[in-house]
Design a protein around this ligand. Structure first.
Ligand SMILES: Cc1cc2nc3c(=O)[nH]c(=O)nc-3n(C[C@H](O)[C@H](O)[C@H](O)COP(=O)(O)OP(=O)(O)OC[C@H]3O[C@@H](n4cnc5c(N)ncnc54)[C@H](O)[C@@H]3O)c2cc1C
Length: 531
């Protein structure tokens, strides 16, 4: 069977859906082909135990662009995002704790250091100036390095000039901060600001989440910044919860697409990008169907796309080599647990706002540094870094009355285990360790676990197509960011085969549930197809 469309989109992750929406709104006939039986990619809600549902992979929202929420009218399609009542909660081994959030951070930090409490306001102001600049670049196509002639080069130079003007408008302190965040580690940056461990741990966690690196490795500074670029209902830097889980976002996106006439097909894995006379002309599906199209757009991570769906013979050799060395692997293990009751932390046993927070088990940057080095040597650390969220404290649609669900996002497990050992052999051992780690701070937690779903890096690859379990579609490192994402020369969403585009998180501005790559890629395709 063969269908003719203007656009075929491979993958119905949130970026594929956002891209489809804008293209259909521009009057193009769009088909989305999703391999799984649900749209949303890494932003889905699924039942993992009878009566218990949760966001399977990504679990908290902030980076989703307000323009996209408005353009797709996601609220009208059922999306509701609520704030946590406390941003973060850090239980400590000595039974003290740090609670971070609006109206409380200063007094809480003062429990550990008055000097740090006094520096908080300046820290937020300074970081705010830098994040405002970077935030403003998310829905823009970076200047692209081009060899396509003077006219193309001129337009990229104009973009670069505009960027230079914006950088120039920053004051000198902000310029220095930006440079430090791009070049230094999150740990070095935070050590310059603060002296007490707990606040550095809470802020530094943003530098290692989804980043298989010590907080003292260069590059973690940018990852810290990346996690500050969002907002919840207008509150800059806040993280929140989508009622119904992350799937509520992508189900609302699918409805917005359908209202524009997008044809979304499930259980429709793509086997191959069809290339004729050097141009992408459509896709062949695993079920034998062919969809021919004027533009083929991939929502897959670039490594998966170019190593499995595109004939290497049609790619320039240099590009093939770059894709081989494109770095992936965020070193995370994700668990969903069904709970018979809420956890009771030794340091704060009663129920309260802290149970709506991102609960970080990693008391210091040194602890995170050790966990990373342990994982490099052994595959994981016996003292692992775990963030736990209990979304059912904000959302009663996820678990039966009286029961709860929690998301455990465990950092610093090796994407590939040393010594040729498969994650299939270690899944349960490491899952037990993660639960025991929470239990150390909240005794009784392990006994309250009714059921669990464990997703190792290997499972994330198998289920979601995230190569090496990389949640960001490629590491957020200087040579894979902005004009160099996925590689220098292709930051304009156009891939080296004419007619083939990238719209997933492997393109600017990278990973997270942002919708930005999908939005930006759509603009390139609309221009190329003369709309
Ligand atoms: C465990 C985990 C936790 C995370 N936590 C957060 C978080 O809390 N907040 C946040 O903002 N971000 C988080 N992220 C990151 C974020 O979820 C991702 O970066 C983002 O969802 C990627 O979206 P995407 O649309 O670019 O790609 P994807 O969501 O990866 O979508 C790609 C789609 O392509 C499909 N596909 C693959 N191969 C084929 C094929 N051959 N044919 C057809 N379809 C195919 C896949 O099934 C998938 O639906 C997390 C990610 C993970 C994995």
């Amino acid at each position: 069977m063969q269908t003719d469309r203007d656009v075929a989109i491979i993958g119905g992750g949130h970026n594929g859906l956002v891209c489809a929406f804008y293209l259909a709104r521009a009057g193009l006939r769009v088909t989305v082909l999703e391999r799984r039986s649900v749209v949303g990619g890494a932003a889905v809600t699924e039942e993992f135990h009878p009566g218990f549902r949760n966001s399977t992979a990504s679990y908290t929202v902030s980076l989703l662009q307000p323009k996209i929420i408005a353009d797709l009218n996601l609220h009208a399609h059922g999306l509701r995002i609520v704030e946590r009542r406390m941003a973060n909660f850090l239980p400590l081994p000595d039974d003290r704790y740090l609670a971070v959030g609006e109206g409380r951070t200063r007094s809480e930090v003062a429990k550990f250091s008055l000097a740090d409490a006094d520096r908080l306001e300046a820290y937020h102001q300074r970081l705010g100036a830098v994040s405002e600049l970077v935030r403003g670049l998310m829905l823009e196509t970076p200047p692209n390095v081009t060899s396509a002639g003077l006219l193309a080069a001129l337009s990229e130079m104009l973009k670069a000039g505009k960027l230079a003007r914006r950088l120039g408008a920053l004051d000198l302190a902000a310029k220095r901060d930006l440079l430090a965040l791009l070049g230094r580690s999150a740990g070095d940056f935070l050590d310059d600001w603060f002296e007490s461990d707990p606040i550095k741990a809470v802020y530094g966690f943003d530098g290692i989440v989804g980043n298989y690196a010590s907080p003292y490795m260069p590059g973690s500074g940018y990852v810290l910044l990346h996690h500050l670029l969002g907002e919840v209902n207008g509150k800059r830097g806040a993280w929140g919860h989508a009622i119904g889980g992350m799937g509520a976002i992508t189900q609302a996106m699918a409805k917005a697409c359908q209202a524009q006439g997008v044809d979304i097909r499930l259980d429709a894995g793509v086997r191959e990008v069809l290339v004729e006379k050097g141009r992408a002309v459509g896709v062949a599906c695993e079920n034998g169907e062919t969809v021919r199209a004027r533009a083929v757009i991939s929502n897959l991570n670039p490594k998966l796309l170019f190593q499995t769906l595109v004939d290497p013979a049609v790619l320039p050799q240099d590009f093939r080599e770059r894709m081989t060395s494109y770095r992936m692997g965020s070193g995370t293990l994700r668990m969903n647990v069904a709970l018979s009751e809420l956890p009771r932390f030794t340091c704060l046993p009663q129920a309260g706002d802290h149970l709506t927070a991102g609960i970080i088990i990693a008391p210091s940057l040194a602890y995170m540094d050790r966990a990373y080095h342990d994982a490099r040597a052994k595959g994981w650390s016996d003292n692992p870094v775990v963030e736990m969220l209990i979304p059912s404290t904000l959302d009663d649609s996820l678990a039966p009355k009286g029961a709860h669900v929690a998301s455990l996002f465990c950092q610093h497990v090796a994407p590939v285990l040393p010594g040729g050992v498969s994650w299939d052999e270690r899944r349960e051992t490491v899952a037990d360790l993660m639960i025991a780690t929470v239990d150390r701070f909240a005794p009784g937690f392990a006994a309250s676990v009714i059921a669990r779903q464990v997703l190792t890096p290997l499972d994330l690859e198998r289920v979601f197509g995230l190569t090496a379990g990389d949640i960001m579609h490629g590491r957020l490192e200087l040579d894979q960011l902005f004009a160099a994402r996925p590689v220098l020369g292709h930051s304009d969403y156009r891939m080296p085969v004419p007619g083939l585009y990238l719209c997933g998180s492997g393109s600017h501005p990278g990973g997270g549930v942002t919708g930005a790559p999908g939005h930006n890629a759509a603009q390139a395709v609309i221009r190329d197809l003369g709309r």
